[in-house]
Design a protein around this ligand. Structure first.
Ligand code: HEM
Length: 475
């Protein structure tokens, strides 16, 4: 009897939940797309669907409803006009498993009191770190050169992925902790593995988040990742604590943590969770563009020649703050981030309250996905969007066009936009000036670079393995 009663109560509960869902669905009144979504290359699928369903449509991701925005107009209406309503992040099972009760940063709730504090700390640190970036980049490029050329002046044929990744990991460690490793240090390799694994575990567009599939395998990966990565972070934090003056971003975080000025930072795991997102942002934000840039310049010698000429014509002094002085290089960086975006679908948002986007009403808790890939390939805004052409970012006088007039959002916009944008743009500008001042990359005739764009990548355009002939321009 009791069993029948319990079963009746459960059935009634499910029935009510179903009714609530149907009611919510009715409220979301945009065009609805019912097709099956493959977890592989969803950005391409969404881009194709926009041709049928329009720039704004809703999809069903398991029990979640999501809006997909495929034009700059819709993205700005959501992220700027409805900034407050669109400032949440969805609850995602895998992210929760990954963070296990720690304070989150990238996936923190909009109302988490720590979010503001974390954002402010990172932004202040980025401002301070500007001058130190030059030193960090010089040091890493010297190590890069020694590692590849072994004292010789001869050109080398090289797959930049391994050494590029190690260098990028050092940028991240330098910014986070104020120290770097020798490029052959096994500890650096452990960091690389941990960051790679974090990248994969952080991907949110996975079926575990939307469908009732087993999370056992994911849980096992998370457990092993947490075990090893925590050790690495704790070691580096301990080393910073031994220093007379705490360096890096962690210095600022520990000050606050130890000084108990902010009681919300409850334990060292909270500090680690912030550092993880920053380490990942810096390493991926420098590693991926470094490789893509080498690939595009090796394939487009004319563009590389123009960059070399621009760098050579600038004084050493102006080269350190080149963003204004070197418009063509800056345009090329922008084009790299347009043509091969790091996050094709951005990081999902959640509606904190009902909102109207593209003349349609959407209900609180709907997931908002900005298809950055579609914005960057929109033929209504870009001529031949599939062609790599830095000049599209310059006006007739050769000056940089204002980004606000373009269908371009690599760092997103609004109050949850990328907090590392300033740091990333500084790092990339400085890195590429110094890199291409010293080096030239060329395609190897006998080993051409494979056609790469949009190939293979589940979440982003994937860069297939390739080698370039790297030669030194100055000794
Ligand atoms: C080329 C490099 C980078 C690109 C293209 C990029 C892109 C993005 C994008 C698209 C978002 C989502 C913003 C939104 O939801 O509106 C984001 C968020 C974020 N990024 Fe970056 N990022 C880069 C580098 C960095 C760096 C260097 C850091 C480290 C300081 C960083 C830290 C973060 C954090 C913490 C968030 C979450 C902010 C929040 O939710 O409040 N990113 N990034």
């Amino acid at each position: 009897m009791a069993i029948i009663l319990i079963a009746c109560i459960i059935c009634f509960g499910v029935f009510i939940l179903g009714l609530l869902k149907i009611r919510d669905r009715k409220k979301n009144n945009g065009t609805r797309c019912w097709q099956h979504i493959s977890p592989s290359k969803p950005f391409l699928t969404f881009f194709e669907w926009a041709k049928v369903y329009g720039d704004v449509y809703t999809i069903q991701l398991g029990s979640h409803q999501a809006i997909v925005l495929n034009s700059i107009e819709a993205a700005k209406e959501a992220l700027l006009t409805n900034d407050k309503a669109v400032s949440g992040r969805p609850y995602l099972k895998t992210l929760d498993m990954l963070h296990q009760g720690e304070k989150k940063f990238v996936f923190a709730s909009h109302c988490d009191s720590m979010l503001k504090f974390f954002r402010k700390t990172v932004l202040c640190d980025a401002r301070k770190r500007c001058a130190q970036l030059d030193e960090l980049i010089e040091q890493q490029l010297a190590a890069f050169k020694d590692n590849l050329f072994l004292g010789s002046d001869e050109a080398v044929d090289v797959d930049l992925r391994s050494v590029g990744h190690r260098m990028a990991t050092n940028f991240a460690h330098g910014i986070a902790f104020g120290t770097t490793f020798d490029l052959n240090d096994p500890c650096l390799q452990q960091w690389e593995v941990a960051l790679d694994e974090y990248r994969d575990l952080m991907h949110w567009f996975r079926e575990e988040n939307f469908f009732p599939v087993s999370t056992e395998q994911f849980a096992a990966r998370v457990a092993s990742f947490r075990e090893t990565s925590k050790g690495l972070y704790k070691n580096s934090i301990e080393q910073v604590k031994q220093m007379p003056k705490a360096e890096g971003l962690v210095g600022g975080l520990l000050d606050i943590f130890d000084g108990e000025k902010n009681s919300d930072v409850e334990n060292i795991d909270d500090v680690i969770s912030v550092l993880r997102d920053v380490m990942f942002g810096v390493s991926d934000g420098s590693y991926q563009p470094l490789l893509w840039m080498a690939m595009y310049l090796a394939k487009n010698p004319d563009i590389q020649r123009r960059i070399h000429a621009e760098i050579d014509a600038s004084s050493a002094e102006s080269a350190t703050c080149q963003r204004v002085v070197m418009p063509y290089l800056e345009a090329t960086i922008r084009e790299v981030l347009r043509h091969s975006e790091l996050t094709t679908l951005g990081i999902p948002r959640r509606l904190e309250q009902d909102a109207t986007i593209g003349n349609n009403n959407f209900t609180k808790d709907t997931i908002v996905i900005v298809n950055v890939f579609a914005l960057h390939r929109d033929p209504r805004h870009w001529d031949a969007p599939e062609v790599f052409n830095p000049s599209r970012f310059l006006d007739d006088a050769g000056k940089l066009r204002s980004l606000s007039e373009l269908s371009y959002l690599p760092f997103s916009t609004g109050q949850r936009s990328c907090v590392g944008q300033q740091m990333a743009r500084n790092l990339l500008s400085k890195l590429f000036v110094k890199f291409y001042q010293r080096f030239e990359v060329n395609e190897i005739e006998s080993d051409p670079i494979p056609c790469t764009v949009n190939a293979g990548g589940a979440f982003n355009p994937e860069l297939k393995a390739f080698k370039v002939r790297l030669s030194q321009r100055i000794s």
